[in-house]
Design a protein around this ligand. Structure first.
Ligand SMILES: Cc1cc2nc3c(=O)[nH]c(=O)nc-3n(C[C@H](O)[C@H](O)[C@H](O)COP(=O)(O)OP(=O)(O)OC[C@H]3O[C@@H](n4cnc5c(N)ncnc54)[C@H](O)[C@@H]3O)c2cc1C
Length: 293
């Protein structure tokens, strides 16, 4: 049975706090309108500011069945409740180095201990550091509801600034990463206004698979913080195919390759600075993948 607790402020309306113990119980609670999901709370509570939550809060942190990382025949399954600290500690092939590097850059140790991969994706901030490495790995998300489970590519799940196509009654139960590129080289680079505990100005992830002749067989590049949702650079990925996977590869990246980005001016950086910085980060991420940094 879910634990329930009623709360009310002196001036505000009541809310109901529910803590289901199984995924079935959680999706049943969310099938009723007005439920809000609470995981690590590291985006949920800051978004409330001084306000109390309204309606029914469904705390999913007891759902151990969607926590942890496992390797299946086709995918690495990252359970929706997996924290960033668990990603860092997991034994994963080097294609996941970029995701682990992102996890180490998310907030502080305390945030990494509470914050979940699914929370980062569902919050859908343009600056979410977990998104570019997962886009570069061609990740899919699995959504669970009383109607069953559905899967869709992360690119389709993210629909804009703080928008996803998740239905209100769905829990992101897992991120599924295809194993096809698991042994590729990967890199993650984040630029902020200071070294730690910072919202990204630009963030880049690269996954590069070389063939036996030492040429680029396949490369995936994703840039975050420079458009409403992080973007893959498909034109650049195509242009890099077949080039020698060796130091100097970054010189093949031109400003035009980043034209799909639409950075904004804000308190952290100007749009022009973001474009320049992203170009440099993409070049450096490629160099890191071929071992020259
Ligand atoms: C001090 C601080 C520093 C931070 N630094 C960074 C940073 O450097 N980089 C970065 O990317 N982020 C950062 N964050 C943001 C945050 O820590 C991450 O986005 C984290 O991964 C969110 O996970 P959570 O479990 O805490 O999500 P929650 O806050 O619990 O939830 C976030 C949103 O997702 C929904 N949700 C959560 N889990 C699910 C699920 N399984 N299914 C469906 N919906 C769900 C919730 O309803 C809510 O809308 C920072 C936050 C703080 C407070």
């Amino acid at each position: 049975m879910a634990e329930a607790l009623c709360g009310a402020s002196f001036r505000g309306p009541a809310f109901l706090y529910l803590k289901p113990k199984t995924l079935d119980e959680a999706v049943s609670l969310l099938a009723l309108p007005g439920g809000q999901i609470l995981a690590g709370g590291t985006d949920f509570y800051p978004a409330l500011g001084e306000r109390l939550p309204l309606g029914r809060v469904v705390d999913i942190t007891a759902l151990s069945e969607i926590r942890g990382i496992s390797t299946e025949s086709e995918h690495v399954r990252i359970g929706g409740l997996t924290t960033w600290s668990e990603v860092i500690r997991a034994s994963l092939p080097r294609g996941f180095d970029a995701l682990k590097a992102a996890a180490r850059e998310i907030g502080s140790l305390q945030i990494q201990n509470r914050g979940t991969v699914a929370g980062n994706l569902c919050n859908a901030s343009p600056a979410a550091d977990g998104v570019p490495p997962l886009l570069a790995l061609d990740a899919e998300v699995e959504l669970a509801s009383v109607a069953g489970r559905r899967r869709l590519p992360l690119t389709q799940f993210l629909a804009g600034n703080r928008k996803t196509v998740r239905h209100a009654d769905e829990i992101l139960s897992a991120v599924l990463v295809p194993r096809r590129m698991e042994h590729a080289a990967s890199a993650f680079l984040k630029l902020g206004a200071r070294r730690y505990l910072v919202i990204s100005i630009s963030v880049v992830a690269a996954v590069l698979q070389a063939d036996d002749a030492g040429r680029v067989a396949e490369v995936h590049l994703a840039v975050g913080s420079c458009s409403a949702t992080a973007q893959r650079l498909h034109e650049l990925e195509n242009d890099l195919g077949g080039l020698p996977a060796e130091p100097g590869i970054g010189a093949s990246v031109r400003a035009e390759h980043l034209r799909s980005l639409s950075p904004i001016d804000d308190v952290r950086a100007t749009a022009d600075y973001r474009r320049d910085a992203s170009l440099t980060l993409v070049q450096r991420a490629l160099e890191a993948c071929v071992g020259s940094h």
